[in-house]
Design a protein around this ligand. Structure first.
Ligand code: MRU
Length: 346
């Protein structure tokens, strides 16, 4: 099994997701600025993985600071953290990880600066380990919703590549397979970045899980032909009322699933909940370069002079979500109450 991200000695090593599936290469990062660039440039992507990368980046930033006392250390580090926090706006795990690292520093301000740096490094490594554990918990809860023989649609990549390992939506599928269930996965290709075609298809295939690739505009067809039994996706941020921000096209899948009375499940760790937001309308949506829409593999596919749009995420309203699978249990509507209850189990 591959490692999406790891922190060894003074290096954060990431599997380069811009090159998959054609090349399996790793890149080593030694500064917080480089880690910010990797998040922005999609070398690492997927909400939980972005959170883990941010925590490790914060540790690299801490290591680089020369300071005699806590206050001067923290003020320099906070500036670095604020910049890193702007790398991508939608996945709340980025801000979540930076806030957690800052709290650990504040709680340990009595340590010497070298001791504090090593405390922060071990916290980043703990966040990585806990992310894998959370995915496995989610998988165990979520697999109870998937019966053997199911044909499951997923969108984007919410797998081991989008987390420190195992995955959220694909974690549910892995857990079902590990329980001996016979599962077939339909992977939406996920235009324009092709996370489904390049990443989901790759990692499921590596694990010998039955996966078939379809283009995004085919899922309605397969639902209407009774070839899909459930949809399971991940999330980048979930508002207090259960509205879900996830990869562009997720909303379309949820509408089609409702039309065909197919359950639509969202799998995400508690760190993806943003209970400070009342609804999905408040979630910032990243607008990425229109070049990613107008080009494929660096080759232009639309006429020069025609503009293109690229919102990278959309919001699925809570009434289209059958259940939200978390590492603390499964939430059902009304989400305003059930999500709060699960979050309080932390
Ligand atoms: O733009 P990306 O590839 O970072 O978007 C990823 C997604 O939308 C995933 O579905 C989401 O982060 C959940 S990952 C476990």
């Amino acid at each position: 099994m591959f490692k999406t991200i790891e922190y060894v000695d003074d290096t954060v090593r990431m599997l380069d997701q811009t090159k998959l599936p054609l090349e399996k290469t790793y890149i080593d990062y030694k500064t917080i600025e480089e880690v910010g660039g990797a998040i922005k440039g999609m070398v690492i992507r997927g909400a939980p993985a972005i959170g883990v990368a941010a925590a490790m980046g914060m540790s690299l930033g801490a290591e680089s600071i020369q300071a005699e006392d806590f206050d001067s250390f923290f003020s320099k580090w906070e500036v670095m953290g604020n910049k890193l926090g702007q790398a991508r706006p939608t996945a709340v795990n980025l801000a979540w990880a930076i806030t957690r690292m800052k709290k650990v520093a504040q709680d340990n301000k009595n340590l010497s600066i070298p001791e504090l740096k090593s405390r922060l490094k071990s916290e980043a490594q703990t966040i990585c380990v806990q992310d894998i554990e959370a995915c496995k918990e989610m998988g165990n809860f979520g697999q109870t919703l998937i019966s053997s023989g199911s044909r499951v649609l997923t969108h984007c990549n919410a797998g081991a590549l989008a987390t420190a390992g195992f995955g959220t939506a694909l974690g549910v599928i892995r857990a079902a397979v590990n329980h001996g269930k016979d599962i077939k996965v339909f992977a939406n290709e996920t235009r324009p970045f092709l996370q489904g075609a390049r990443l989901t298809a790759w990692e499921l295939n590596e694990d010998n899980i039955n996966v078939e690739l379809i283009t995004d505009n085919m899922c309605g067809f397969f639902m209407s032909k009774n070839e899909i039994d459930a949809a399971v996706v991940g999330a980048d941020r979930i508002a207090g009322n259960g509205d879900v921000a996830n990869k562009i096209g997720t909303y379309m899948v949820a509408v089609m699933a409702a039309r065909h009375k197919i359950p639509f499940y969202v799998a995400a760790p508690i760190s993806t909940l943003d209970l400070t937001l009342a609804s999905g309308e408040e979630i910032p949506i990243e607008e990425r370069s229109s070049d990613e829409v107008a080009h494929i593999n660096g080759k232009r596919i639309s006429p020069e002079g025609v503009t293109a749009r690229h919102p990278a995420f959309d919001i699925t309203p809570n009434d289209l979500v059958t259940a939200i699978i978390t590492d603390k249990g499964i939430a059902y509507p009304p989400y305003t109450e059930s999500l709060k209850e699960l979050a309080s189990k932390l």
